[in-house]
Design a protein around this ligand. Structure first.
Ligand code: PXL
Length: 267
């Protein structure tokens, strides 16, 4: 089988076990040629007390120019934390110019959690993402991101009806397959897969700790399985197991991420 080449577009946080430093090893481990488009270089992710930020947006036209001259195409795209609204148009340009036939676009919107936007994001960014997801084949928002994208008030407590409603509203914004991650109620956590009628939630054990970077790990394992031809249900199961195992193997003192490397080594 011809091996697949994916482009993952997200930031490079030098320290933090997130975004590119997660996607690159995981996708590669699954045998996928992984090309990167770093949107910014940060000293560390934004859950630390402070961070430096080098915006790489100005470099992207030159990168595209050279890819074009070298006839480069990608079989898939995975987008995560981009960082600036201007990057959305460049992402669309990238799909237009560098997609191999039928290349799927998987977008994890990555701009917030727990009802709040991450540091440095505003509603203009959300609006730009709302437009970009029209180009997606699969979207992987968490509940907070689904609320912002659909202009729905975030709730701490919710039930399946609320998640169905969010998915219905998202379905008006995009034809992509909708998977809402980190759905949590009734003492369980899972992913909601939108389908005709009510959709389906794949439940997992709810661990007592929340760790940073696990969404990026989920998206990477999900994408790797998807590119190997698995259906979204199986992709969710594999990704959630990888995340759960990574959390469980991580020392409680390790505050900024999870030791997914240990799970990758075993897989
Ligand atoms: O894990 C998501 C993420 C990625 N990149 C950066 C972040 C975050 C979440 O806070 O700050 C720079």
């Amino acid at each position: 089988m011809k091996s697949k080449r994916i482009l993952t577009m997200q930031d490079l946080s030098c320290v933090g076990q997130c975004s590119l430093t997660v996607a690159l090893p995981i996708l590669s481990r699954y045998g996928i040629e992984t090309c990167v488009l770093p949107t910014a270089v940060l000293s560390n992710h934004t859950m630390f007390k402070g961070w430096s930020y080098l915006d790489l947006t100005p470099e992207i036209p030159a990168i595209y120019e050279n890819w074009k001259n070298n006839g480069i195409k990608f079989d898939a795209f995975l987008l995560g934390y981009l960082g600036k609204s201007e990057l959305m148009e460049l992402a669309e340009k990238c799909f237009d110019e560098f997609s191999a036939d039928g290349a799927p676009v998987i977008i994890d919107p990555v701009f917030g959690d727990n009802g709040k936007l991450y540091g440095g994001f505003d509603l203009d960014y959300v609006a730009a993402m709302r437009k970009l997801i029209r180009r997606a084949d699969i979207i992987l928002p968490n509940v907070t991101e689904a609320c912002f994208l659909t202009e729905t008030e975030y709730r701490q407590d919710y039930d399946g009806n609320f998640i169905n409603l969010l998915a219905e509203k998202l379905a008006k914004l995009t034809n992509a397959e909708i998977i809402i991650t980190g759905v949590e109620y009734g003492g369980k956590i899972g992913e909601y897969i939108h389908g005709k009628g009510k959709g389906e939630i794949i439940w997992h054990e709810l661990l007592p700790v929340k760790k940073h970077g696990t969404g990026d790990i989920f998206a990477s394992v999900f994408t790797a399985n998807y590119l190997m031809g698995e259906g979204v249900h199986k992709c969710c199961l594999a990704a959630a197991k990888f995340v759960t195992d990574s959390i469980q193997i991580t020392d409680g003192e390790h505050f900024y991420g999870v030791n997914f490397e240990k799970i990758l080594k075993k897989s």
